[in-house]
Design a protein around this ligand. Structure first.
Ligand code: KIV
Length: 263
């Protein structure tokens, strides 16, 4: 079976095919996601919260991410594998290269970094050396202390302009896709229309090129789920059916609905 490549993900944007992404952290759920037809698996540092019981993603280490990336990569044949670089593992370029290499050796195809223009040189360096990079803008959870909580970003005009400028800078630096988290839906549309690389939304409305959800949220396991989450276990009798329903809903554009977005 041929695995989904970065090139194919970019082509999906051009062809208007929605890109389905979900988090997974182990082999069993990776197989379930793959069988459901999911295009890309994100080993998110959300594992700090949903697996380790931390209140933020900040305590997650590069060793944690390497371990879970190996678990996912062993089981995965088709989906693109994206691994998060944890807090302060890409603070400078040397640091970023060493830690990104660890994740690639563990089986990642792409590494994801949170941040805007300040990361441009780091991204260019990683890409030049053969490491595809996914950006992450908006509510970047590693900056939760700076934001004063998990809050929607980009509502003020100057914030929205800065996020758009960041997206353009990440594309220019060589990023192959960008996650947009918890930003107003019109801003996500503006960004999606103004860059050539795919945008993957979470709480970013209906117009991004793809969608991602944390697996535990998608399965209805989060009793305090944010408004952008839909419980795909509702109406299903198996976890496999819930993953398939999520994949289908992203592909046929029935998820997200307007009600899952922010203004
Ligand atoms: O860590 C994660 O799971 C993420 C998603 C919320 C996009 O970054």
């Amino acid at each position: 079976m041929r695995s989904v490549s970065v090139t194919q993900i970019k082509e999906m944007k051009q062809q208007g095919e929605k890109i389905s992404v979900v988090t997974a952290y182990d082999s069993t759920f990776t197989k379930v996601a793959e069988e459901a037809g999911i295009d890309a698996i994100l080993i998110g540092d959300s594992l700090g919260m949903v697996l380790q019981g931390q209140t933020t993603t900040l305590p997650v280490s590069i060793d944690d991410m390497v371990y879970h990336t190996r678990c996912v990569a062993r089981a995965s044949q088709r989906p693109l594998i994206i691994a998060d670089m944890p807090f302060m593992t890409y603070g400078d370029e040397i640091n970023a290269m060493e830690n990104a290499s660890e994740l690639m050796r563990a089986g990642a195809h792409v590494v994801k970094l949170e941040g805007g223009q300040w990361l441009a040189n780091t991204i260019a360096l990683l890409v030049e050396r053969g490491i595809p990079v996914c950006g992450h803008l908006g509510l970047t959870p590693q900056s939760v202390n700076q934001f004063g909580g998990f809050k929607v970003q980009g509502r003020l005009p100057e914030q929205a302009e800065a996020i758009l400028a960041d997206a353009i800078a990440l594309e220019a630096a060589g990023a192959c896709m960008i996650v947009l988290e918890c930003i107003p839906s019109p801003l996500a549309k503006l960004i999606t229309d103004n860059i050539n690389i795919p945008t993957i939304g979470i709480g970013a409305g209906v117009d991004t090129d793809g969608q991602v959800l944390v697996m535990h949220d998608m399965l209805g396991l989060n009793t305090r789920a944010p408004k952008f989450v839909k419980n795909f276990m509702t109406g299903q009798t198996t976890i496999q059916a819930a993953f398939a329903a999520y994949n289908q809903a992203v592909k046929d554009k029935s998820f997200p609905a307007q009600e899952h977005g922010f203004v």
